[in-house]
Unconditional design. Structure first.
Lengths: 124, 124
């Protein structure tokens, strides 16, 4: 547990939602060929398909607020993250509650990328 | 993606919450020496500490209901799971909403155990 997994996780999460809310197609760079996304139980495999899925979501504007970010190191040098938060789409007055789990891995150049990504809206 | 990660995840989650709700100390067997639990941002390391934490939670009765279970295989033969659901403690009339992320790994005998476990209550 020597490396600063919580710091890396917090930095990643901030970057992820800032990119999501300002330039969704920029998210492609955070995934790799064998990355997986499960978005509301719909599955996408690989950076290109994942970016297509995220860019194609049926809203123009979105704003994420992450309330909690908890991280743990994995047995193989990755980081598992659980985020809870709220998001607002377009001009809806009602924020939606979400939960999202990531596993980050490092590529041979030492850059962190998303290997696993599971997103879920939570209904009261 | 050849193995039935979704089936294993669903079976694990059912077993986990059934054990949690009926015999909390039985959860110890699902963790190993280097397993991690982050429970409402409080961290425990290792099966013994994790079981102590879970057994010591300040309620007598608890009932979990898992509403969604989404799973993905990891790059190293594990399974990442995101659960969302509700729980009722003691005789409270108000269910609490929770979200929980697991990473399951296999031991040399092929038995699945929890390596990463992050639990979070979600407040509307």
């Amino acid at each position: 547990m020597a490396f600063d997994f919580q710091g890396i996780a917090t930095q990643f999460v901030t970057h992820y939602y800032t990119t999501f809310d300002s330039d969704r197609k920029g998210l492609a760079g955070l995934y790799r060929e064998n990355s997986m996304l499960t978005f509301e139980s719909s599955q996408s495999l690989g950076a290109a398909n994942i970016a297509e899925k995220l860019v194609g979501l049926p809203f123009q504007k979105v704003q994420h607020q992450h309330d909690t970010v908890d991280a743990q190191p994995t047995a193989t040098g990755g980081i598992v993250i659980l985020v809870t938060g709220k998001l607002v789409v377009d001009d809806s007055p009602n924020p939606l509650t979400f939960s999202q789990a990531f596993q980050l891995c490092q590529d041979p150049q030492g850059q962190w990328f998303v290997f696993n990504d599971i997103f879920k809206l939570i209904y009261g």
